[in-house]
Design a protein around this ligand. Structure first.
Ligand code: AKG
Ligand code: FE2
Length: 311
């Protein structure tokens, strides 16, 4: 198997072109190594107490846990990294009103961990394949990723085929802490095998279309008492925003209302429509008002109330 530095693939192309063309790209040195080292140290106690995963997909000799934004606040810098967000939005924005955080997960591949089942992360949803992108995954190496310690294997050009299985030969994406490996939900990939005597540690942060059920239940992971301490943009990313039309509302309101500490009783359910739906509705209401035989909605309500009074 080839283990080549990503620049050999990239040539003079931009990260965005790589992502579109090959299904992955590597953004080198986009976070300070000191920040990743700080996050690394903060992960230690929890990894020490976390048992090995069960089940063939997560894989034997691996450890994983989620909810990183509440366990290690510095992870917010990775989640909201501007270069990453630009690329993620360029892929997902065409298919949704707002994107959302799908998962934050720290994972360790221990010595002897076998290679993971090659898979496409989009297969967690059973929608049409090959037409749209559902997800962008970002792997942040916390230890240096090398072919021999299980660097993520990627099948270049395997994206958007919509089929499972082996699409040629993978490459091992070697990268250092501070860099980010981005790949599409449709790109075939998997963890490599760890042949060394040291643990390979990484952080997965993935983003998906705002109308999907995320892999990690963000509302339960970050309930209002946790999310109210978040920056509003971060809170929106973990689900405290409506996806037009009206998706994810709380009692007909944007769920961000739960973060404001205001009284919540007896609020008017309020539409949050897309501009095209606002337009269609306005058109409908214009027609309705012109048609004499249909009285305005307010009229019906009033005359019924009147009738009830008279009974
Ligand atoms: O650990 C890796 O390199 C990849 C892990 C992965 O793709 C997954 O768990 O879905
Ligand atoms: Fe994966």
């Amino acid at each position: 198997m080839a283990s080549i530095a990503p620049c050999n693939i990239s040539g003079a192309t931009t990260a965005s072109e790589d992502l579109q063309r090959h299904g992955f790209c590597v953004l080198q040195d986009i976070e300070p190594q000191a920040r990743i080292a700080e996050i690394d140290r903060a992960l230690d106690p929890r990894f020490a107490s976390t048992p090995f995963c069960q089940g063939g997909f997560y894989g034997p000799r691996t450890k994983r846990f989620g909810g990183l934004l509440k366990r290690v606040p510095a992870v917010e810098n990775l989640v909201r990294n501007a270069a990453v967000m630009r690329l993620v939005r360029s892929v997902l924005d065409p298919w949704c009103d707002t994107i959302q955080l799908n998962l934050t997960q720290a994972l360790e591949l221990h010595p002897g961990a076998p290679a993971q089942l090659p898979h496409r992360d989009q297969d967690m949803w059973r929608g049409p394949a090959g037409e749209l992108e559902y997800l962008v995954n970002v792997m942040w190496p916390v230890s240096p990723f090398k072919a021999e310690n299980g660097a993520t294997l990627i099948w270049p050009g395997s994206h958007n085929l919509g089929t499972a299985g082996d699409d040629g030969n993978p490459i091992a994406l070697e990268a250092d802490p501070g860099s980010a490996i981005l790949f599409l939900g449709s790109t075939l990939h998997g963890a490599g095998s760890n042949h060394t005597s040291a643990v390979r540690r990484g952080i997965i942060i993935s983003y998906c279309l705002g109308w999907l059920k995320p892999y990690e239940n963000q509302w339960l992971t970050y309930p209002p008492d946790v999310a109210s301490a978040f920056d509003p943009e971060l809170a929106a990313l973990v689900g405290y925003q409506q996806h037009r039309p009206n998706l994810g509302n709380y009692d007909g309101q944007c769920p961000s209302i739960l973060l404001r500490g205001e009284p919540l009783e007896y609020l008017a359910a309020t539409d949050a429509l897309r501009p095209d739906q606002e337009g269609a509705l306005a058109e409908f209401l214009r027609h309705q008002q012109r048609a004499d035989q249909i009285p305005p909605a307010g009229g019906i309500v009033e005359s019924e109330a009147q009738r009830n009074k008279e009974r």
